[in-house]
Design a protein around this ligand. Structure first.
Ligand SMILES: Cc1cc2nc3c(=O)[nH]c(=O)nc-3n(C[C@H](O)[C@H](O)[C@H](O)COP(=O)(O)O)c2cc1C
Length: 222
């Protein structure tokens, strides 16, 4: 299984989120997965310009790292999204990236992949962020397996992942690979994806003149 993880934190793999994600990846690697981590520090992916070119042509005209990260996600079997809590939400670094994925959501282009989320905070409130990332994964076509989150205080070089969180994270990594191997399905995820697919097909049918790339994408899938 090939897993691509995306961390939206300026502290990268050495930050709190990176440390917790690292434990997930140890578990996944134990089950044989090949893992690659992409760090979004805030300068490699620019904000969406709202130009609709991705819907029209299938790619973004901005010259930055977005398209290469997108290709890595498309080539992977699993996607893990990891973020610190920045004022009760995902970090701006990750949100900018997620906004750029609009066409992936319109096409549910990550269909068939499995995913997970990792969230850390200074003082709590991780759950709404986990729910948001779950929603993003589901509407992109991904089957999310589970999430791990931890309240870790400020980001310091010597901050450690607690033993309880380490075990949860490691177990999540192992489960992610097993779920992919067994092609596990979850009725709630399937129901949400069925509804989203119908909604997107209607939307893109309606916009078939303006969005020829996405119209052709769904036509081919019919
Ligand atoms: C700009 C900013 C906003 C933050 N907002 C919150 C917050 O609303 N709630 C909270 O519990 N922690 C908040 N934190 C703390 C981080 O979520 C926490 O230290 C996190 O584990 C850092 O992860 P990292 O080392 O991967 O960047 C904030 C930190 C920063 C830098």
């Amino acid at each position: 299984m090939k897993i691509v993880s995306i961390i939206g934190s300026p502290h990268g793999e050495k930050g709190n989120t990176g440390k917790l994600l690292g434990e997930v990846l140890k578990g996944a690697e134990r089950e044989g997965a090949a893992c690659e981590t992409i760090v979004l520090r805030g300068n490699s992916v620019k904000p969406c310009m709202g130009c609709d070119q991705c819907h029209k042509k299938g790619h973004c005209p901005q010259k930055d790292e977005f398209e290469s990260i997108k290709e890595k996600m498309l080539a992977a079997d699993g996607v893990i999204l990891a973020t610190p809590n920045y004022i009760f939400q995902v970090s701006g670094q990750l949100k900018v990236f997620l906004d750029r994925c609009s066409s992936l959501i319109h096409c549910m282009a990550l269909e068939g992949k499995y995913g997970a989320c990792v969230v850390t905070s200074g003082g709590g409130d991780e759950l709404p962020i986990v729910q948001y990332l779950y929603h993003f994964l589901i509407v992109s076509g991904v089957t999310p397996i589970d999430a791990v989150w931890a309240t870790m205080g400020t980001s310091e070089p010597d901050t450690q992942v607690s033993e309880e969180n380490r075990k949860q994270a490691y177990s999540l990594g192992r489960t992610l690979v097993k779920a992919w191997e067994e092609k596990r399905s979850f009725s709630m995820v399937e129901k949400m994806q069925k509804e989203h697919r119908k909604r997107m097909q209607e939307l893109i049918n309606w916009h078939q003149e303006e969005w020829p790339y996405e119209y052709a994408f769904w036509k081919e899938r019919e």
